[in-house]
Design a protein around this ligand. Structure first.
Ligand SMILES: Cc1cc2nc3c(=O)[nH]c(=O)nc-3n(C[C@H](O)[C@H](O)[C@H](O)COP(=O)(O)O)c2cc1C
Length: 369
């Protein structure tokens, strides 16, 4: 593979393409498929309790002997759950109003309660996030990625284990903060991205983060779907890409059949940014749940409380295969998805196309005679 950058040396991979940590979707099968194909597979472990996380790490190790990573969230808002001084009134007071709203929505849509997958949402506490970090450290994973917040307090222990540390940022000031904390790689994730979302577009964000990051390698994320996007990211100063949506549309991804179909059926106009799922702005495929919040004028609760409200609704909708309610998170590159394919095929195609695009760029400059 000719497409090689500094990122390959930092992460021990062959091609500078990283599977984005996508909660639940980036499962051991998908992560191993990407790592085996020469990229870096990352487990989307945000919702995994410590036992499940250990199982996932063991499964990915059984499927690949290549480097892989684990992505969790370290939201600053967890402080508010434990009622630390200065954390203000608890959003728990608002829960009943939102629960009523969710109940009425379920009734209107004819949804029947179903088990909520993954960790109990009530477990989304400071202790929960910290217990995930203990597993990451005990298991000595090759790469750790913080999808939100900074892994600063864990940095020394991660580095002692030889774990490379990545952090996802959506603004230059966040990039500065994680640089000071000593991360090895910064992921600049722009507004085009699926899931938690920056207000700044990828095209504008990446070079500004590159300038702020100094010697720390920057990986671009948000709306990158093919070799053209990879080539563009490299031209903006990134040394690799962190790809979510394009790897959702794979045989391996841990999402439901109706959600895979929604990816194929949607285009670039079908996403919106909403706080209705996690409490933080997240890009998702337009749906009735996000729409109901907008129409109600109710302000979704901050993370992680909103998850307690949306979890049961989305679980019920998913059990019923309702793409109109739970199509899932996705980025603005959606229109480039035509069908569901194996992850390895997508990765090989993207790498080869990126190389072709970069080689052909020379033709843009008239040669002197
Ligand atoms: C279904 C889905 C779930 C996601 N879950 C997480 C997550 O748990 N942790 C995280 O750091 N980012 C999460 N993200 C954001 C991705 O890591 C990544 O930044 C984004 O998908 C990149 O943009 P793209 O989808 O346009 O490729 C998620 C994105 C999607 C589409």
């Amino acid at each position: 593979m000719a497409l090689r950058t500094k990122l390959c040396d930092v992460l021990g991979i062959e091609v500078p393409i990283v599977l984005a940590g996508m909660g639940g979707a980036s499962n051991p099968r998908l992560a191993a498929a990407v790592s085996n194909a020469g990229g870096l597979g990352i487990l989307g472990a945000a919702g995994c309790g410590p036992d499940q996380l250990r199982k996932w790490i063991s499964e990915v190790r059984s499927r690949t002997d290549k480097p892989f990573g684990v992505d969790t969230l370290l939201p600053a808002s967890v402080r508010r759950i434990s009622g630390e001084p200065g954390s203000g009134p608890s959003p728990l007071d608002q829960l009943p109003r939102h629960e009523k709203f969710a109940e009425q929505f379920m009734e209107r849509e004819g949804l029947v309660a179903a088990p909520v997958a993954g960790a109990s949402v009530a477990a989304f506490s400071k202790d929960f996030f910290e217990s995930q970090m203990e597993v990451v450290i005990e298991e000595r994973v090759p790469v750790y990625a913080a999808g939100l917040g900074s892994p600063g307090p864990w940095m020394d222990r991660l580095h002692e284990n030889g774990t490379a540390v990545m952090a996802v940022v959506g603004a230059v000031r966040h990039a500065r903060r994680v640089s000071e904390d000593g991360v090895d790689v910064i992921v600049a994730q722009g507004h085009d991205a699926g899931g938690h979302n920056s207000p700044i577009g990828t095209m504008a964000l990446v070079p500004q983060v590159v300038d702020a990051a100094g010697d720390i390698p920057v990986v671009a994320a948000g709306g990158i779907m093919d070799g053209r996007g990879v080539a563009a990211a490299l031209m903006l100063g990134a040394v690799g890409v962190w790809l979510g949506t394009v790897f959702l549309a794979t045989e391996e991804a841990g999402i439901l059949p109706h959600q895979k179909q929604a990816l194929v059926d949607s285009d670039e106009e079908n996403t919106t940014v909403s706080r209705s799922v996690t409490g933080k702005p997240a890009r998702l495929i337009r749906n009735k749940w996000a729409q109901a919040y907008t129409e109600s004028g109710l302000d979704p609760l901050p993370m992680p409380f909103q998850g307690r409200i949306s979890g049961p609704v989305l679980a019920a909708a998913s059990a019923a295969g309702r793409a109109d309610i739970s199509p899932g998170f996705a980025g603005q590159g959606l229109g480039m998805i035509e069908r569901i394919r194996p992850a390895a095929e997508i990765l090989a195609e993207i790498a080869a196309d990126a190389q072709r695009v970069l080689e052909s760029a020379e033709r843009l400059i008239p040669q002197e005679r």
